[in-house]
Design a protein around this ligand. Structure first.
Ligand code: PMP
Length: 429
């Protein structure tokens, strides 16, 4: 049997570091060659060897309506006819800004950028600029892109100063990233007490997705809001994953806590490169050219990305799909729970709306240290078997599975059948 993915991956490794343009795509955790994808339609993707998969990655979140939605494609086509980029103001950018401000409760003004990394990095610069302070609080296990200040995890406990996760991140900069524990307000209060007048902002995923899905404990987000207010620091919600997915106004609307700044990502590009950050008017007005804090971008607000993003936001406004997403997602969750219980396994299933993780860990996962108990080898065996059976999951335990509007009853049933067989295999191998 020919395996074109293997052939392509071999070639890719000669010219692209690790063969991929973003590390997790290499499927290293699973120890197999990643399928090279040729096309997607609705909830399915197809690889170069002609295999079809039910896709729960959805380009890592943005495709709430699934792949190649006709309205998104049509919007891109319409815009394309008029040119691809001007580096000058367009009406599309204005429509996007008005729409985001209308949908996201805490956002009065917004700036478009090209990636979640850029958005989070710029929001932190803005927070540092307006407060005149250098330090930030970040939570162990939360990911905010690969800018230098974010590639830091907890060293040896909550009060440890940051140490870089990656060579190339200056130690001096890492020292300004203070690491707290998710769902642990005491660890946050302790950092603020130890570093008075130094903390510009706390940045958090309001529902963590990047250590696998971890919901905020009741009162956690409210507590963060209170602590930031007490210390004159800004609260930044990174809603790259949760924005629009967990409800019209994202996690901030769902949990009723308003941040000062919000980071939005890929969802605003509808599958094309776009992201945004926005928030309080008095803070956003400090950005150049209305204020002194610099941030710029040649392709920011790119017309193609804006039209794809607007088409998806239009679909959200028309369809209001959140109840439907909740229905499909809760069927998937309860199906997994039934299988897990029937097999006598003890795995934690964490879900908020259409983001879910089955942790191969017991009994609960509430923060980054809990994730250390995950049996990653068994999880990898499970994912490999799922892939064989035509279900494409994120190739890592520490990621979310994303359900889209395009996932059908039949997709869920097929996924659960595959899950039963794959769990059996993972726990006997
Ligand atoms: N923040 C969060 C919460 C994310 O999940 C991601 C990426 N998945 C980013 C920021 C970075 O976004 P990007 O990959 O577009 O730079």
């Amino acid at each position: 049997m020919t395996n074109r993915s293997e052939e392509l991956f071999h070639r890719a490794q000669q010219k692209i570091p690790g063969g991929v343009n973003s590390p997790v795509r290499a499927f290293r955790g699973l120890g197999i060659t990643p399928p090279f994808i040729t096309s997607g339609s609705g909830s399915h993707i197809r690889d170069v060897d002609g295999r079809d998969y039910i896709d729960y990655v959805g380009s890592w979140g943005p495709l709430i309506f699934g792949h190649a939605h006709p309205k998104v494609l049509e919007a891109i086509r319409r815009t394309l006819e008029h040119g691809t980029s001007f580096g000058a103001p367009t009406e599309l950018e204005l429509q996007m800004a008005e729409r985001i401000c209308d949908m996201v409760p805490s956002v009065d003004m917004v700036r478009m950028v090209n990636s979640g990394t850029e958005a989070a990095m710029s929001a932190v610069r803005l927070a540092r600029g307006v407060t005149g302070r250098d330090a930030i609080v970040k939570f162990a296990g939360c990911y905010h892109g690969h800018a230098d200040s974010f590639l830091i995890r907890a060293g040896s406990g909550a009060l440890t100063l940051g140490v870089p996760d990656s060579p190339g991140v200056p130690h001096k900069l890492a020292a300004d990233t203070l690491i707290a524990d998710y769902n642990d307000l005491e660890s946050v209060a302790a950092l603020f007490a130890t570093h008075p007048q130094r903390i510009a902002a706390a940045i958090v995923e309001p529902v963590a997705g990047n250590m696998g899905v971890v919901p905020p404990a009741p009162g956690f987000l409210q507590g963060l809001r209170r602590i930031c207010d007490e210390h004159g620091s800004l609260l930044i919600f990174d809603e790259v994953i949760t924005g629009f997915r967990l409800g019209r106004g994202g996690a901030q609307e769902r949990f009723g806590v308003l941040p000062d700044l919000t980071v939005l990502g890929k969802i605003v590009g509808g599958g094309l490169p776009a992201a945004a950050y926005g928030g309080r008017r008095d803070v956003m007005e400090q950005l150049a050219p209305s204020g002194p804090i610099y941030q710029a971008g040649t392709l920011s607000g790119n017309p193609l990305a804006m039209s794809a993003g607007m088409a998806q936001l239009d679909l959200l406004e028309q369809d209001k799909p959140w109840d439907r997403l909740e229905g499909t997602s809760s069927r998937l969750e309860s199906g997994f729970r039934e299988i897990i219980n029937a097999m006598g396994l003890r795995l934690a299933v964490n879900r908020v709306g259409s983001m879910m993780t089955v942790f191969f860990a017991d009994p609960e996962v509430k923060n980054y240290s809990d994730t250390a108990r995950a049996q990653t080898q068994r999880h990898a065996a499970f994912c490999r078997e799922m892939l064989q059976r035509g279900v494409y999951l994120a190739p890592s335990q520490f990621e979310a599975l994303f359900i889209s509007v395009a996932h059908s009853e039949q997709d869920v049933e097929r996924t659960l059948e595959a899950a039963q067989a794959s769990l059996a295999k993972a726990f006997t191998s």
